[in-house]
Design a protein around this ligand. Structure first.
Ligand SMILES: Nc1ncnc2c1ncn2[C@@H]1O[C@H](COP(=O)(O)OP(=O)(O)OP(=O)(O)O)[C@@H](O)[C@H]1O
Ligand SMILES: [Mg+2]
Length: 334
């Protein structure tokens, strides 16, 4: 957007008690179970957690990009407007100019028969009402900022490497100068060096333009380098939230501790589902919905962890955790 849409007194994004339940074969699959967080303009939030813990479902539902099979409740206030109930026309405007999404697998998101220049120019002309010449100038500048030289801008997606295509996707996400970018594993398909370079690049670009980011990856340490705050999800809930470095160096929730010690094995897709050093599996949605969902795998669990309701409570300045063993403290946030 050309003007900042959020004022200093109002957060850019407020997510309140978000629940997403899929219907599958007559069964309810509660994939997101009460997520709350707030983003100020320019905030960067990393979201981590094992496969199946609800990261993508949470991210997709913010812009109502989940399929018809999902029921969503709660509130997603974007610049004060509830995106879960707003009209389709307002939502469409937000999707293009207010918040944009970068997914993994750029090849399927890019149109194979159009040049990258054409694809970046289109949203600017349609939604930002920019003339074609000015749009081309901006697109060339954007592609240059992600490391695609001007002589390549009339190339087609298949003429680029996987890493270059992800860079093109990032340029497209930035095209209408959004206030928020949601990036769901934008680099997972790439090798580790390219991943780090691209996430660093995205971090620089958003810092310069004060764009807020929600970034999802499996790699906690990559996230901590790129994002100011980290949210760790388990079984559809945020179990820990706080400044990235503190969460990584001094995790409060036993799940975050396990996750920070478990490393995905590079090139082995199975390690995404079962990180080395973290035995057992997360529950399937709907299982262990009493007490703490991590209790069956937690080395510190006691009988009392397996019942009652567990909330994300303040545990220090800017920090919160959902664990009975971490005493509540004033000054935490969600
Ligand atoms: N369209 C769907 N219909 C039914 N269940 C679904 C659907 N999409 C996701 N789920 C279920 O919801 C849960 C959360 O899935 P989600 O894709 O959000 O997890 P994730 O944390 O993004 O995992 P990954 O790290 O593998 O991408 C999983 O149990 C998944 O099987
Ligand atoms: Mg996902």
């Amino acid at each position: 957007m050309t003007t900042p849409t959020a004022t200093a007194s109002r957060p850019l994004l407020e997510v309140r008690d978000l629940h997403v339940t899929y219907r599958q074969g007559g069964q309810a699959v509660p994939a997101v179970r009460g997520v709350d967080f707030t983003l100020a303009p320019g905030d960067t939030l990393g979201v981590a957690g094992e496969s199946g813990c609800g990261k993508s479902t949470m991210a997709l539902s913010l812009l109502r990009l989940h399929g018809d099979a999902a029921k969503v409740t709660g509130e997603v206030l974007f610049d004060g407007e509830n995106l879960l109930t707003t009209s389709w026309s307002k939502l469409r405007a937000v999707r293009w100019a207010g918040a944009s999404v970068v997914f993994q697998g750029a090849m399927s998101a890019l149109n194979p028969v159009r040049t990258v220049l054409d694809q970046i120019v289109e949203p600017m002309v349609l939604h930002d009402r920019v003339g074609p010449k000015e749009a081309e100038r901006r697109a060339t500048e954007l592609l240059d900022s992600v490391g695609i030289p001007a002589r390549r801008i009339r190339s087609y997606p298949h003429e680029f490497s996987g890493g270059q295509r992800q860079r093109v996707m990032i340029a497209m996400a930035l095209a209408c100068r959004p206030d928020l970018i949601i990036a769901d594993e934008p680099t997972t398909a790439l090798d580790v060096m390219v991943q780090a370079q691209i996430l660093e690049l995205l971090g620089e670009l958003v810092r310069e333009s004060r764009i807020a980011v929600i970034m999802i990856t499996h790699d906690l340490s990559l996230l901590a380098h790129t994002c100011d705050r980290l949210a760790v999800m388990y079984a559809g809930r945020i179990v820990e939230l706080g400044p990235s470095r503190q969460v990584l160096k001094d995790p409060q929730h036993p799940y975050t501790r396990s996750l920070s010690q478990a490393f995905p094995t590079i090139g082995d897709p199975a390690s995404r589902r079962a990180p080395a050093g973290l035995p057992g599996d997360p529950p399937r949605p709907g299982e262990n919905d009493q007490g703490c969902a991590f209790a069956p795998r937690c080395p510190e669990a006691e009988e009392s962890c397996r019942s009652g309701e567990l909330l994300l409570w303040p545990t220090g300045p800017g920090r919160s955790a959902a664990c009975r063993h971490v005493p509540p403290q004033h000054g935490g946030t969600s």
